[in-house]
Design a binder for this molecule. Sequence first.
Ligand SMILES: [Zn+2]
Ligand SMILES: [Zn+2]
Length: 419
Amino acid sequence: MSIKYTIPRGTFDVLPKDSYKWEMIETKFRHVANRFGYKEIITPIFEHAEVFERSVGDTSDIVQKEMYRFTDRKGRVFALRPEGTAPVIRSYVENNLGQDNSPTKLFYIGPMFRYDRPQAGRSRQFSQYGIECIGSNNPYYDAEVIQLFYIFLKDIGLQNFSVEVNSVGCATCSESYNQALTEYFTPHLEELCGDCKNRINKNPRRLLDCKVHSCKAIAEHAPLMLDYLDEECQNHFAQVQYYLKLMKVPFVVNSRIVRGLDYYTNTAFEFINNNLGAQNALGGGGRYNKLVEQFGGKPTPGIGFAGGLTRLLISMENENLLSDIEPAPTIYFIAVGEEATLLAIDMIGWMRKNFIHVEFFPDKGSLKAQLKNANRLNARLAIIIGEDELKRNVFLQKDLQTGEQIEFNLESFEELYLS
Ligand SMILES: [Zn+2]
Ligand SMILES: [Zn+2]
């Protein structure tokens, strides 16, 4: 008996019935990104584990619990990338991408990996699209990045989502906020989970996105960052909101947004779809003004976002945006008899060279079976050449929607399909 293999838990195959949807979304994202002046960057799917430990934060859930870490044959410690920003910043610094144009605008699409409990909208390998705008602290760019995400979702037709923005402050206002958080959580120490007990002094902000129920309940009444912003950060946040209004991007301020990564400063935001259930974030992002420095670059501010492809697809299915877009062949070619088949192969080669989508199955059986198959594939036209047609030097074109049939001269073939 042979062994049947199964796919690793928390992963999935993108099957042909869905892959064209992925392609469509990726193409739209590339188009929007290009319109805003972003250029694609492709980084490896694994990096030195430190790239994430230092930037995402070694007290974060992502690094502590969810990262796929492995040692190679030479004993080097690598990690499958759990997110896209750190690799882009690593590459930005390594390749001096900030030298001639500022800000540097980059986008990426690709798989990320997190060891997390699989559920609807969350898998261990997941595909993300994202952008990074590196080199300016102008709040205009915070708004522009949010606007890009907004226009992308509108481009693919999505209606049911909201934009939620917050400011998590700079390092200075963070300090007083962290102190307030420690003071707030300390009396509840006994009710907190083990992780939170450890994090309370090192990084109290992580307690705000702990997934343990009892911690969540306590975090609900924790002090709000917005009450601890210094004047500069308050102004920055006000400017972002002003530009968003100017750009006609509807948004709400949600002071609970903290994001699960350590590197955010000032603006943080999420795109929420409440029809998605518990995993309701389509994506999010924020400003990371200290990150480039952490990677050994000159102090350089930056901002970006990332969104998940699967949740986008689920949202689109929910809004019936994916029904009629499967690409169908223009022509389904049917040849009956050996001589007609040889002629068909010649004609089909010419058509495919001329960018016409043609389907051809030399062994699908009778004319009736072939036409049935053509309809199953949603082909627009069928071209039929049998012995009779061959004798008369013609071919038959049948419109598969209307049933209309027209005979054409074989000689006029190329001219007919070039237009
Ligand atoms: Zn501040
Ligand atoms: Zn906890």
